[in-house]
Ligand binder design. Structure first.
Ligand SMILES: NC(=O)C[C@H](N)C(=O)O
Length: 308
């Protein structure tokens, strides 16, 4: 089976010219890392984790280092992962002093009888697994500090669209054996209440993966995504015989018309078809398949290069 990986860098209201190239490089290297894992015979879970780690480590994105700050100026991160083979899933929320929440989510999936650990419990588990604790400050960037200051000045937090909610990251993959997986990781939304948990760690909302159908990772206004279970809703449409394009359009359209919520989706099906779709202004994405790397940021933009 020809493997596929698709990654996103979050729905956004527009990416400044200065940041555009950095964002593009980040998204391209995440897709390349994921694809190389698949080409080397790695599993879909390995590929989505590997791709998301690249984006968590990249300060341009709202996940891991570079996460947005909550109302107190602290980072609280959410992440989840799912293996389409047996629907096993792992998630963490409100974690602070960990470089790669997606790795911790995978450990929850593989090393505990549970699906979801939060806050101090998640951090205690991380310590028991030997995951290094890092000072929270290490994840805070100058850009995220300035972003929070601006947000507080404008008092515009938590609007019912994803204009303020940029940069969440995610990946979906199909491996050589026909297994699918997703991973999603985020700092959430800027100026959020302490303890606010968004859609990204919630299976069915932030993502879903089932070998019988396909895999999805979502981004956008978390409260809207949670209310419509955006990821599972998309796969439901696929199960009902809709095309990839139709499934993504229908679920995002429902969220927009019902809640005025904006967002984005990356989707791969069990046959290796894929689609990216968003209702926000832009969404950085990249997809690797059959030796080609496709990518874009704005609507209608598709660049294709050969993968070496
Ligand atoms: N940019 C995002 O996708 C934010 C994320 N969905 C959240 O609401 O936590």
């Amino acid at each position: 089976m020809d493997p596929v990986v698709v990654v996103h860098g979050g729905g956004a209201s527009g990416i400044t010219k200065e940041r555009r190239e950095c964002v593009r490089q980040g998204i391209l290297s995440a897709a390349t890392v994921g694809y190389n894992i698949l080409k080397a015979g790695g599993s879909a879970v390995d590929a989505v984790e590997g791709a998301v780690v690249v984006l968590e480590n990249d300060p341009e994105f709202n996940a891991g280092c570079g996460s947005v700050l909550n109302i107190n100026g602290d980072i609280e991160m959410d992440a989840s992962i799912m293996d389409g083979r047996d629907l096993s899933t792992g998630a963490v929320s409100a974690v602070r002093c960990i470089a790669n929440p997606i790795k911790l989510a995978r450990l929850v999936m593989e090393k505990t009888p549970h699906c979801f650990l939060t806050d101090r419990g998640a951090e205690k588990f991380a310590a028991s697994m030997g995951v290094p604790q890092i000072p929270g400050e290490q994840l805070v960037t100058e850009r995220s500090r300035k972003h929070l200051e601006k947000e507080k000045r404008e008092k515009g937090a938590q609007k019912a669209d994803c204009k303020k909610n940029m940069g969440t990251v995610g990946a979906v993959a199909l491996d050589c054996k026909g297994n699918v997986a997703y991973a999603t990781s985020t700092g959430g939304i800027i100026n959020k209440m302490v303890g606010r948990v968004g859609d990204s760690p919630c299976v069915g909302s932030g993502g879903y993966a089932d070998n019988n159908i396909g895999a999805v990772s979502t981004t956008g206004h978390g409260e809207s995504i949670l209310k419509v279970n955006l990821a599972r809703l998309t796969l439901f449409h696929l199960e009902q015989g809709k095309s990839l394009e139709e499934a993504a359009t229908l679920s995002l359209g429902y969220m927009k018309s019902r809640l005025r919520g904006l967002g984005g989706i990356i989707l791969v099906d069990k046959a290796g078809g894929w689609v990216v779709k968003w209702t926000s202004t832009s969404m950085p994405w990249a997809a690797a398949k059959a030796g080609k790397l496709h990518s874009g940021i704005e609507l209608g933009e598709v660049n294709t290069v050969d993968l070496l």
